[in-house]
Design a protein around this ligand. Structure first.
Ligand code: DGJ
Length: 442
């Protein structure tokens, strides 16, 4: 993703306001706390917020004061006095313990969450990559919230394996894999060790089995290619709770281009890289992913357990079990959702590594129907680079508000990549996303 100075730009401008309110917001980097509390110094976690962000201040204050950065904050936002709890896209977001939230390439949704007695209540669950170890071998983190502002860390719920011995000796892994043979443990180590790619984790609650199913992009180099994205598979793990621990079931290649269609990458069938999940109102779930060397997006139906495809790739029927969307369009970071109008939307990015690029939305009346190109949903300054983000999730709040959530990747310090949430609206049947420097959830 393009990591220009947006983060700096935003902070610079807020400091430029010279208002206590804005300066406090900037200093703390807070986006998810009650700003009013922070003014009085009573805000939960405020000391930690200050401690965390103060280190960055000298440079950014200096940059702001010399005016060396331009900005993309609207006049309206500049004038706005932030006096209530607010979402600040691109700020450093902290959890309720005061630690930076590590949930990149993630997904937010309402789902039943069991307490210690197994009693379930609906909560927002945020799953994502814990990138504190950098690019490879990311653990998967989960946070929960009642209001989308305050996020409680539930732990690294799916852990990458540090060594083959750890599977035999560490009680965490022993308990998960006690019924596995040594060969099976070798394979688990091969798939999810700290030198592999574990990206874009997504969760589903399976009502039939009352369990939680995690899918992620599982990748690695091969004997033929040192490129870390050559395995091109989808990993699957399950747990009784979104708080984990998740047990790895396996990783798979997925649907294949039918013989009568033109495969954009015939030498490597069934690849699955960037991915996402979608659960329809009738409980049918789908995985959407980039395939054919990132040239073609697919949507494939899942089985009733959500742990694999509904039909093996060799037997799958086109437009009954899977569909290819605009072959050769070179899209990734897919997000599939269904609007209040009952129409399906598939948002995606182009394929430029960690650099941001232009988003596109396709829409259709049926998942396996005819998809139409609705173009770029973003409007205004930086619409051509999706406001310096890459799509990862679109979710709806309890109150019915639609939110776009993208990653603003920092390729030189992936753990410091930022989260951008923006209100997503519908103009007729078209999706529209506009930049908001801060906003309050409805
Ligand atoms: C873009 C993908 O969307 C990310 O998840 C990640 O795989 C980067 N490419 C790696 O360059």
């Amino acid at each position: 993703m393009k990591h220009c100075n947006k983060k700096g730009k935003r902070k610079a401008k807020l400091i430029g306001l010279a208002a206590c309110v804005a300066a406090t917001v900037t200093l703390s980097g807070c986006s998810l706390y009650d700003i009013a509390d922070l003014f009085s110094g009573l805000g939960k976690g405020s000391e930690a917020l200050y401690a965390n962000e103060n280190q960055q201040m000298p440079t950014e204050v200096a940059e702001a004061q010399t005016g060396s950065m331009d900005n993309n904050i609207t006049d309206e936002a500049e004038q706005k006095e932030i006096t209530e709890i607010a979402i600040l896209p691109g700020a450093s977001w902290l959890d309720t313990d005061g630690n930076v939230i590590q949930a990149h390439g993630g997904q937010i949704q309402l789902m039943p969450v069991p307490d210690e007695n197994g009693v379930k209540t609906e909560k927002y669950v945020w799953v994502g990559e814990d990138k504190s170890s950098g690019h490879l071998g990311n653990d998967v983190a989960v946070y929960t919230s009642d209001d989308l502002y305050h996020w409680e860390f539930q732990g690294d719920v799916f852990r990458a394996v540090e060594s083959r011995e750890q599977l035999d000796e560490d009680s965490y892994f022993q308990e998960l894999y006690q019924d596995h043979t040594s060969d099976e443990l070798d394979e688990i180590y091969n798939c999810i060790n700290k030198n592999t790619v574990i990206e874009r984790p997504k969760l589903l609650y399976n009502h039939k089995n009352d369990n939680y199913v995690l899918w992620f992009h599982s990748d690695d180099s091969t004997e033929k290619n040192t490129y870390k994205y050559d395995v091109g598979m989808a990993g699957v793990a399950v747990s009784d709770s979104p708080a984990g621990p998740f047990k790895f079931l396996g990783r798979y290649r997925l649907s294949q281009c039918p013989d009568e269609q033109i495969d954009c990458f015939p030498s490597s069938k069934g690849e699955a890289r960037d991915m996402n999940l979608f659960q329809d109102e009738d409980g049918t779930a789908y995985v959407t992913y980039t395939s054919e060397n990132n040239k073609t997006l697919y949507i494939s139906k899942l089985n009733e357990d959500y742990t694999y495809l509904s039909t093996d790739p060799e037997k799958a029927v086109y437009k009954e079990d899977f569909i290819r969307i605009f072959p050769g369009a070179m899209r990734e970071a897919p997000v599939l959702f269904k609007g209040d109008n009952g129409r399906y939307y598939l948002m995606s990015s182009s394929t430029t590594g960690w650099m941001s690029n232009q988003a596109r939305v396709w829409s259709a009346d049926e998942i396996f129907g005819d998809w139409q190109n609705d173009g770029n949903p973003c409007v205004g300054t930086d619409a051509d680079i999706t406001f310096d983000t890459q799509s990862t999730c679109v979710f709806q709040t309890k109150e019915g508000q639609w939110i776009y959530y993208g990653d603003r990747w920092n390729s030189t310090d992936l753990a410091d990549s930022r989260y951008i949430w923006l209100p997503l609206n519908f103009d007729g049947n078209r999706v529209v996303i506009k930049w908001e420097s801060d906003f309050v959830l409805k």
